[in-house]
Ligand binder design. Structure first.
Ligand code: FBP
Length: 283
């Protein structure tokens, strides 16, 4: 199956763990914010090369980027076609559907990727769009990867990653039929008053590995794969500590964009290799 194809590719093949390179930040955040730190990243070929050289499991990108490189890299690494997107010129917490399952098949992708924003005023439309695309993708044998990012008027930045809210978002993604669930690393605090009113049930958890384990539980107790994003570029040590906690908590891996492609290539390869070594080690 296509899930097996992702799990059996790269340096983590056969471990049940995975590291994925997602490059849709040009769409979501804009080209200069994404690629000025390492201008090689303006070229979509660069990201294919980085993911392949690093021995990653898959590369995820929007339609135009995959189309620009498909002829050169077809079959070299599993690809995930991201089929919806937001952009930073918008104020609404919504995403436009930007590609189809037919596009994914035409480009030889292993999966489609779809973002939902639980808590947004548009969340129900997004979930319904996902239902349709996921059914079509599964009928064609493609895997479904869901980016589940709580976001909306009720939540501030702290609320978006608060443990019980992140777990709720991950669980929604599992229930809607995602094979692979992608969330941000959860934080301990549930500091937002508005969020407290609605989500007061789960205690604050100070231990990072326990927080990741809680998310794994919300993904059907490990019956669905869950990966965590890398976030804004940060020091290698802090990213590697986060990866250790994901691994200790039973998470299935990382999906690291900016922390990979915004670094010079050699540095990125070293960091990705260190991440892979952690996932290869005994938790
Ligand atoms: P990073 O590792 O760069 O954080 O990438 C993960 C990701 O989900 C991207 O796929 C996406 O473009 C970005 O984060 C969205 O982040 P946000 O919605 O917080 O702007």
């Amino acid at each position: 199956s296509n899930i097996a194809r992702i799990l059996m590719t790269g340096k983590l093949a056969g471990t049940g763990r995975m590291v994925i390179l997602p490059v849709d930040q040009g769409f979501e955040h804009g080209p200069a914010r994404s690629f000025a730190p390492n201008p090689a990243g303006y070229d979509p070929h660069y990201h294919f090369e980085l993911a392949i050289e690093a021995g990653l499991n898959a590369y995820a990108a929007p339609l135009g980027a995959l189309e620009a490189s498909a002829a050169s890299f077809a079959g070299c690494i599993p690809t995930i076609l991201k089929v919806n997107h937001s952009n930073s010129l918008a104020t609404l917490k919504d995403q436009a559907v930007t590609a189809t399952v037919a596009d994914a098949l035409r480009l030889g992708c292993s999966a489609i990727g779809f973002t939902i924003y639980p808590s947004s005023e548009f969340q129900f439309e997004m979930i319904e769009e996902l239902r349709e695309l996921a059914a079509e993708a599964k009928a064609a044998g493609l895997a479904v990867v869901v980016w589940s990012y709580p976001r909306g008027p009720m939540l501030d930045k702290t609320g978006e990653t608060a443990l019980d809210i992140a777990a709720y978002a991950a669980h929604i993604a599992a229930l809607v039929g995602a094979h692979i669930i992608k969330v941000k690393p959860p934080t301990a605090a549930i500091s937002l008053d508005a969020a407290k009113k609605t989500y007061s049930s789960y205690p604050v958890e100070d231990d990072a590995a326990a927080r990741f384990a809680h998310i794994v539980k919300a993904c059907f107790n490990g019956r669905r794969l869950v990966v965590f994003s890398g976030g804004e570029a940060k020091g290698a040590d802090s990213l590697l500590n986060e990866v250790r906690a994901i691994h200790a908590g039973g998470g299935n891996g990382s999906i690291v964009g900016r922390n990979a492609f915004q670094r010079p290539k050699e540095e990125a390869l070293k960091l990705l290799s260190d991440i892979i070594d952690i996932y290869k080690s005994k938790p």
